[in-house]
Design a protein around this ligand. Structure first.
Ligand SMILES: *Cc1c(COP(=O)(O)O)cnc(C)c1O
Length: 220
């Protein structure tokens, strides 16, 4: 089942990339395994998937160290919001962190990098729909945030966003792509199970897919 679902999602990415005149291998599938136990993850590893996403540091700490020890070529991405007091744990475990959205966190991550001698890759998260309770820096502050992260020696590779729920996502994806171009940033982390096609059309280089691979998550 893991292989069939991976094949399906890869086929959708490839089909959409072709329409958009893009190279499918420029789009990396992050398999979002949050809430699913290690036993649910191993079939995907066996099927060849090597890029995974988690949204909580503590959950990932329970699940991933053994899997990473067995498969050192796995890339683990943190896609959920990060508290500054968890920055060191995040830098220790994740190769890529998608949720950099404020100066206090940048400072904590820089300190953790120095202490641990590890340098993950980072996405700056943008609150693309200007929603009160959502993570991400304001669109208007993006230039400032990128500059602060770069001056703190964070390896900023991309922008990440989660568009508002229950509305057409495309305008938000288009805006994130424009912001990346404006700031000379190459990677775009956008698109989930329900809006994968639109995200690939509009330039996503990383898509974060949970439900379409692992099935529905238990209600929280
Ligand atoms: C859970 C999650 C996803 C995956 O969502 P699905 O709809 O299950 O594909 C993607 N991005 C973020 C930030 C998430 O928290």
């Amino acid at each position: 089942m893991a292989r069939a679902r991976l094949d399906e999602v890869h086929a959708e990415i490839a089909r959409t990339a072709k329409i958009a005149g893009r190279t499918p291998t420029d789009i990396t599938l992050i398999a979002v395994s949050k809430t699913h136990p290690a036993e649910a993850v191993t079939p995907f590893i066996a099927a060849g998937q090597r890029v995974f996403g988690e949204n909580r540091v503590q959950e990932a700490q329970g699940k991933w160290p053994a899997l990473l020890a067995a498969h050192p070529d796995i890339e683990l991405h943190l896609i959920g919001s990060l508290q500054s007091n968890k920055a060191e744990d995040a830098v220790a475990l994740f190769g890529t962190i998608h949720s950099v959205d404020r100066l206090s966190l940048i400072t904590a991550l820089a300190k953790a990098q120095d202490k641990l001698g590890r340098r993950p890759r980072y996405f700056i998260q943008v609150n693309i729909g200007d929603e009160a309770q959502k993570g991400g820096g304001a669109v208007a502050d993006l230039g400032h945030l990128v500059q602060q992260a770069q001056s703190a020696d964070l390896d900023v590779v991309g922008l990440m966003a989660v568009p508002p729920a229950n509305v057409e996502a495309s305008p938000y994806f288009a805006l994130l792509a424009k912001l990346a171009r404006d700031h000379g940033i190459a990677q775009l982390s956008m698109g989930m199970s329900s809006d994968l096609e639109a995200a690939v059309m509009l330039g996503a280089t990383y898509v974060r897919v949970g439900t379409a691979l692992f099935g529905a998550r238990p209600a929280l």
